[in-house]
Design a protein around this ligand. Structure first.
Ligand code: ADP
Ligand code: MG
Length: 161
């Protein structure tokens, strides 16, 4: 049964593909997502090491009005920032199992009013709520990136594109 079968009035979620040839463009795409963010949004980010996930989170934070600089968390796997909405930045790079991911307790954040962004979303796949927004970044190094945003409402997809 399709996910929306119980909500016949809901339009199917849309996918937006955006090219990014520079870190600034990736940050700008993140900033647009931040400006469009709604309470309770969960964004799962996918892409190899160096793809630009943290770069996109920097833009997302700016778009949410976060004043503090976003760092790539080394030991702290969840960082919280104050913006128009609270921003929770989760980085699962160093986690090795779903049990370890669960033990971080970030599922507790998911029901709240903040925006949760998860680097290495594949490591939390089984925990992601229905309605999560998936952002896939293809390319590393000097390659131009392709950024694919899945799961936005058609309205937000139009605004993002
Ligand atoms: P990740 O968090 O996915 O491991 P980072 O955001 O930390 O990646 O790093 C991405 C690196 O790639 C940065 O050094 C950035 O300057 C570089 N880069 C080059 N082109 C791009 C692009 N189009 N978008 C994002 N980052 C880019
Ligand atoms: Mg990163």
């Amino acid at each position: 049964m399709p996910a929306d079968a119980r909500r016949p009035d809901a339009e199917a979620p849309a996918t937006v593909k955006l090219p990014s040839a520079s870190p600034d463009t990736t940050r700008e795409i993140g900033a647009r997502l931040g400006r469009l963010a709604q309470p309770g949004d969960v964004l799962a980010l996918y892409g190899d090491l160096g793809a630009g996930k943290t770069c996109l989170v920097q833009g997302l934070a700016a778009g949410l009005g976060v004043a503090e600089p976003i760092r790539s968390p080394t030991f702290i796997l969840i960082a919280e920032y104050a913006g128009r909405l609270p921003l929770y930045h989760v980085d699962l790079y160093r986690t090795e199992s779903l049990e370890e991911v669960r033990a971080l307790g970030f599922e507790d954040l998911l029901g709240g009013d903040g925006v949760t962004v998860i680097e290495w979303g594949d490591k939390a796949e089984a925990l992601l709520p229905i309605g999560s927004i998936r952002v896939r970044i293809d390319g590393v190094g000097d390659d131009p990136r392709e950024i694919r945003v899945e799961g936005l409402s058609p309205e937000r997809a139009r605004l993002l594109a």
